[in-house]
Design a protein around this ligand. Structure first.
Ligand code: ADP
Length: 423
């Protein structure tokens, strides 16, 4: 691996992809890895995002995993680090944002980090330390009822202060709107006043660019993916990143293509309908037959064998809510899910043996299962197909092109559109 510039630790998987897409947009070739890699990874990139699942772990466990990720990123040669959390600051009075940021500051021997979850393109803005979701305060948004991390206070200075022994301050919008030098001076003052964190206001992308530039020399930055908007330009100004970057370009993997769908969300069911209405070949898995030991996997592969030369095929478990409920009543929720995930994973492997190197996968859990079965341990992030869903190159023993779509993402023609845009 070359020496990446920016090392990121994301507290969940889709947040990691979100951040990676933002960096690619800014011209940084970005690799997303799933968990802390066991050894070095062979890839030439400018940024690495290690996606953890640490948002709702105990603080001690989240700290341990984040420090392991930091250790790997340091070893890889990264010179700046980014701790990515949700743009709604999802956390509890016990953490995990404060404890993880504290541990990272200690490990990096740094005094001050900014904290900015604002993501104006997604209607998350921060003003006078208060986080808004659309036009309501965070504490009045749906987030107040979140089952794991209910957010009942929109004042992030107060929220973060509950999670850390370091002192938390604010760089208000009145300062951010004065530009880079004013923000830089505010950071210097905060540090000499002994603060550990500053919440920084941002209501638009220009603010985020100002903040990013002012933090060019910060070893640790914390926030949502929005505040990463300003970071690629810092590396360009320093002559470390080419200006005319084609960061979204992925190598062409060639081979045949298939769509695997295990998502039963409304959007996915519409996408399956659209595929069938366009006259393209599809095969429906029957969870009850699978549960009885019926070898649908071999049937699918036999069926696909003759069709793949002519074009892509769709294999799906996806079904309407009534059908899903009926299956779950017979088999149990966990067993039903597992049976379909296992079948789609085995089918992915079988299709690969039939020359399929390009997979569109629908469903968050389904994607996790398929990626695991294919032995993919890292993803190079490419251009977006629809917002939040980029083409990726799955790295492992056999490189594969992967479009991983969680439930309700994507337009009705997503499957065909993705295959038209395949790198
Ligand atoms: P989403 O992103 O839409 O939530 P997931 O893949 O995360 O999709 O979850 C869908 C789950 O439903 C998977 O575990 C999948 O195996 C399961 N599933 C797929 N088809 C069926 C079906 N016909 N009956 C019951 N469960 C199903």
């Amino acid at each position: 691996m070359n020496q990446p510039l920016l090392g990121c630790i994301a507290d969940d998987f889709t947040g990691g992809t979100d951040l990676a897409s933002m960096l690619v947009r800014g011209g940084m070739r970005t690799l997303q890895v799933i968990g802390v890699p066991e050894g070095p990874i062979d890839a030439d990139v400018d940024a690495v995002v290690i996606a953890l699942k640490s948002r709702t772990l105990s603080a001690a466990e989240a700290v341990a995993q984040s420090l392991a990720a930091l250790g790997w990123l340091k070893q890889a040669g990264c010179r700046q680090f980014f701790f990515k959390y949700c743009s709604t600051f999802d956390s509890t009075p016990r953490g995990n944002i404060g404890p993880v940021a504290d541990a990272l500051l200690d490990a990096l021997n740094a005094q001050l980090a900014l904290a900015c979850p604002a993501f104006p393109e997604n209607q998350r803005t921060l003003f006078n330390g208060h986080l808004f979701v659309g036009d309501v305060l965070l504490s009045e948004s749906g987030m107040r009822h979140h089952p794991l991390t209910p957010m009942i206070d929109a004042n992030l200075v107060r929220v973060l202060q509950q999670q850390t022994a370091r002192r938390v301050g604010l760089v208000p919008h009145a300062v951010v709107s004065q530009g880079v030098d004013a923000v830089r001076r505010a950071f210097t003052r905060a540090q000499s006043d002994g603060l550990g964190y500053v919440i920084v206001d941002a209501t638009n992308n220009l603010d985020l660019k100002v903040i990013g530039e002012a933090a060019a020399n910060h070893v640790l930055i914390t926030g949502g993916s929005g505040v990463a908007i300003g970071l690629p330009d810092n590396f360009k100004r320093a002559g470390l990143l080419p200006d005319a970057a084609s960061a979204a370009d992925l190598p062409h993997v060639g081979g045949r293509s298939a769509v695997l769908s295990g998502s039963c969300s409304v959007a996915t069911n519409g996408q399956v309908d659209h595929w069938q209405q366009s006259g393209r070949p599809s095969f429906a898995l029957a969870p009850l037959l699978l549960a009885e030991g019926h070898d649908q996997v071999s049937e699918v592969l036999q069926w696909a064998k003759s069709l793949l030369a002519a074009g892509p095929v769709l294999v799906y478990g996806s079904a309407r809510p009534e059908a899903v409920k009926a299956v779950q009543q017979r088999l149990g929720v966990a067993a039903a899910s597992e049976i379909v995930e296992r079948a789609l994973s085995q089918i992915a492997l079988g299709l690969r043996d039939l020359g399929v190197n390009t997979f569109v996968v629908a469903g968050g859990e389904t994607s996790g299962a398929v990626v695991k079965a294919l032995g993919v341990d890292a993803l190079r992030i490419g251009a977006p197909i629809d917002p939040g869903v980029p083409w990726t190159l799955g790295l492992g023993k056999h490189p594969v092109a992967l479009a991983l779509k969680s439930g309700n993402f994507g337009t009705r023609d997503f499957f065909s559109k993705a295959l038209e845009l395949v790198p």
